[in-house]
Design a protein around this ligand. Structure first.
Ligand code: FE2
Length: 174
């Protein structure tokens, strides 16, 4: 058996705020929605992958106040450094606090959705570094500068190497 990751479901409270965030800033499309039963709250399905009916769903089931549950974070990979920059600008425009952290193998942005669920969006660097590792990076750098910074910052780690040379399984996970 090999399990392939498909989706996560969050219990949420404020449909409008949450939907605005995930469709507006994060770029998801609503793929389906409907009540969970007769007179029951709705579940709203979202995806960015045509092969995946939902990557994320929100169930309007949450009643408690305050920061959410025991979820640490959900993480999403983007294809380019520019995607990270674009997202950073959108988050800043929406006054969302960002923690920019590089794991050596990524340049990541950490932030919370409007109900305190942790999120990470990351771009892969060309390197492998043993985890956990994390250092705040300067999001004003351009791609070349950011990569030079990663190499300089993590280059002395004994496990630092080109991803292609890393070999084996699970080498670029974090
Ligand atoms: Fe992560």
């Amino acid at each position: 058996m090999k399990l392939k990751w498909s989706h996560a479901v969050l219990n949420v409270k404020d449909e409008k705020k949450i939907l605005d965030f995930y469709t507006g800033i994060m770029g998801f499309t609503v793929s389906d929605r409907g009540p969970l039963g007769e007179n029951a709250p709705e579940i709203i399905f979202m995806s960015q992958d045509p092969d995946e009916h939902h990557q994320l769903a929100i169930a309007l089931l949450r009643k408690d106040e305050g920061p959410s549950n025991s979820l640490n974070h959900l993480a999403f990979r983007v294809e380019s450094f520019d995607d990270i920059k674009t997202l950073k600008n959108s988050l800043e425009a929406a006054s969302v606090d960002i923690l920019p952290l590089s794991h050596g193998n990524t340049l990541s942005l950490y932030f919370n959705d409007p109900e305190g669920n942790g999120l990470e969006v990351f771009w892969d660097t060309p390197w492998h570094v043993a985890q956990p590792a994390g250092i705040v990076w300067d999001t004003s750098l351009d791609e070349q500068q950011a990569l030079a910074w990663v190499e300089e910052t993590f280059g002395d780690e004994p496990t630092f190497r080109k991803r292609d040379d890393a070999g084996g399984e699970f080498v670029n996970r974090h």
